[in-house]
Design a binder for this molecule. Structure first.
Ligand code: ASP
Length: 323
């Protein structure tokens, strides 16, 4: 049986990071190693798949932008449309990996495996996690059963769905989790074990593509004693939408709630989400709820939904109930 053909698309991040000392796990330059250097750190890659590799970008993912998401999606779509490519692996910084992953999960038109991977330690660190994470990601992309699950994220022997995955720790290699759903699978010793499938429409089953415009949306957080002035300032930024990252069940102080409802009444798309990291925020009053999406992912969906032309709170709520 011939090996699947995978393309590794490198975008930078700590997985391609270079530090001055082997114990440097926080002080290093992200995105310093090119894709050839990255692949060279992974013995056995060629036994998992026939590998092509390309350098798409070399950024720290803290600097990712919606324009970056769109151009990455356009390039991945070209690769995925190529009958000579069976799947792609995207190396990416971990800081905003979950935002890029959910965006790609909503816009790529494919059933082929798309696996994103990063690392918490730079390539030069003792016990660097990147090489095994990358080998695991290629193993997942080459595995029977990887197709049709939308965009997957593999780190630390776990496979996560793009919609549910979140970075939940600032430093440790076990930084990723899906607090509401658990892992979608495990990859260990070259073997993949599937545990779950995505429940919601994704990739080929959504109306969104890499060409869907992204409307500007801001996130404002709620906290004790927070002023409503930041909420009131959002329309002047040019934003078409606002995600409220509220405490608890996406709650807002009386003052903040009044400001959110005022802006919603004036035509700004407002969605309530929770800053807690898990749980579900239902619609309340006239403000739509983000459901189980984090504020950051609610922003991604709202950007797409508004960019695709949705109008009114009911249309926004329907999108959040669907995706
Ligand atoms: N700041 C880095 C990035 O997101 C962190 C990492 O990759 O782990 O690119």
């Amino acid at each position: 049986m011939s090996l699947p053909r995978l393309c590794i698309v490198a975008t930078g991040g700590t997985i391609a990071g270079v530090g001055a000392r082997p114990q440097a796990t926080q002080a290093y330059a992200a995105a310093a190693l090119d894709v050839a250097g990255l692949c060279a750190t992974v013995p056995g890659l060629g036994e998992v798949a026939r590998i092509a590799a390309e350098q798409f970008a070399a950024i720290d993912s803290k600097n990712a932008t919606p324009a970056f998401w769109q151009s990455l999606a356009a390039r991945l779509q070209q690769l995925l449309d190529d009958p000579g490519v069976d799947g792609v692996v995207v190396t990416h910084g971990t800081d905003t990996l979950e935002e890029t992953a959910y965006y790609l999960h909503l816009v790529l038109k494919t059933d082929k495996p798309v696996v994103m991977v990063g690392a918490m330690r730079p390539a030069t660190a003792l016990s660097a996690d990147g090489p095994l994470n990358l080998l695991d990601a290629a193993t997942v992309a080459a595995a029977p059963g990887a197709a049709g699950r939308g965009v997957l994220v593999t780190l630390n022997h776990q496979i996560f769905g793009a919609r549910e995955v979140a970075k939940t720790n600032a430093n440790r290699p076990d930084a990723f989790a899906s607090p509401n759903a658990g892992a979608m699978g495990l990859v260990q010793d070259g073997r993949v074990t599937w545990l779950a499938r995505p429940e919601r429409p994704h990739t080929a089953s959504t109306p969104f593509t890499a060409a869907t415009p992204l409307a500007p949306v801001e996130v404002v957080a709620g906290y004790a004693g927070g002023s409503a002035a930041l909420i009131e300032a959002v329309p002047a930024t040019g934003a078409h939408g606002l995600v409220w990252a509220g405490p608890g069940n996406g709650s807002a102080s009386n003052e903040a709630l009044a400001a959110l409802e005022r802006l919603c009444g004036a035509g700004l798309a407002v969605v309530r989400a929770s800053r807690t990291g898990s749980g579900c925020v239902a619609a309340s009053g006239r403000l739509p709820g983000a459901g189980t999406l984090s504020p950051w992912k609610a922003r991604v969906l709202l950007m797409l939904v508004l960019g695709a032309g949705a109008e009114g709170t009911q249309a926004v709520q329907t999108a959040f109930d669907t995706y």
